[in-house]
Design a protein around this ligand. Structure first.
Ligand SMILES: [Zn+2]
Length: 306
């Protein structure tokens, strides 16, 4: 579930499975190829931008607002909203860009530091706002749906040349506090649980899965990975295996074996992401470099499924 009410949560860099898989490949391969490196940079930059925005809202927004993050939907076309901020007076569709440098929009094209970008992010935003407006109107014709396009990086600049009006606001990081503070003064009524349930129902109706989930690694890649339990604190593979614990020879961290087995099972799940029955005793046994008995592994896996 993607909803949380302020100030309960922040976006965690540990919550992105694709990033977790890339990090595991670094840990156990020692490297990423160019495509994987780009992919990791892109994910990290996006998550950092979203975490920054989330922090702004928790500091300057109203406690009664509901926020939905990374909302994927299909309303005639599959799209994603970084955030949907639901207040007593409106739905705010938010796109966050964490660009280091100068963004320019001219001749209907986007440039970052004078380099032409692949997509027209402003047109996509316009469409995103319009589609979510149609969805909101299923709930109530009078709901106001607006858009906010934020350049959140501290070095971001934005120049937008347009001869028509956009369906959303464009703000830089230094304007965000003022924008949210103003919104807090006007959108300050408490949202009822009943209303939020209706919002959830509309969003659920159009919700689709994130299409950018990781794919299971190939058998030959699995074969090439470094095996063994990595230290729960420093990631070293130099561990001493005791009766009920594993102890890191580098940093001294002690972990119970059953906890280490579950951690390895989770790594298997991430590595073979999306496969039915990805987590098998045999795979966990192999990932532990056969240093823990297969019977102990089966028992821990069985107990965890109870
Ligand atoms: Zn260690």
């Amino acid at each position: 579930m993607f909803t949380y009410i302020f100030c309960k949560g922040v976006i965690s860099l540990q919550s992105n499975d694709k990033l977790l898989q890339l990090n595991l490949l670094v840990l156990r391969n020692g490297f990423l190829d160019k495509y994987q490196l780009d992919s990791r940079h892109y994910i990290l930059s996006g998550l950092l931008g979203e975490a920054l925005f989330s922090d702004f809202v928790s500091r300057y927004g109203h406690k009664s607002w509901a926020i939905y993050s990374d909302y994927w939907f299909n309303y005639g076309k599959r799209m994603q909203a970084d955030f949907l901020l639901v207040t007593s007076e409106r739905w705010l569709v938010v796109e966050v860009k964490h660009y280091d440098g100068r963004f320019e929009y001219k001749g209907n094209e986007c440039y970052l530091n004078d380099k032409l970008m692949d997509d027209n992010y402003l047109l996509a935003m316009d469409l995103r706002v319009k589609k979510i407006r149609h969805m909101a109107q299923e709930l109530n014709q009078d709901i106001v749906v607006e858009g906010l396009f934020v350049f959140i990086h501290e070095n971001s600049e934005a120049k937008v040349h347009l001869d028509y009006a956009l369906d959303f606001d464009v703000k830089l990081r230094n304007e965000l506090k003022g924008f949210l503070s103003q919104l807090k003064r006007t959108d300050n009524r408490q949202l009822s649980d009943g209303h939020l349930r209706k919002v959830d129902a509309v969003l659920d109706k159009y919700r689709v899965k994130n299409p950018f989930l990781p794919k299971p690694i190939k058998q030959e890649d699995w074969a090439g990975l470094t095996k063994g339990i990595n230290c729960c604190t420093c990631d070293s593979f130099d561990l001493a295996y005791r009766h009920k614990t594993v102890i890191c020879n580098d940093c001294g961290a002690i972990e119970r074996k059953d906890a280490a087995i579950l951690r390895m099972a989770e790594q298997v799940r991430i590595l073979f992401y999306g496969e039915d029955y990805a987590v098998t005793g045999a795979r966990v046994y192999e990932l532990c470099d056969k240093r823990i008995s297969i019977n102990a592994i089966h028992k821990v896996l069985r107990d965890s499924r109870k």
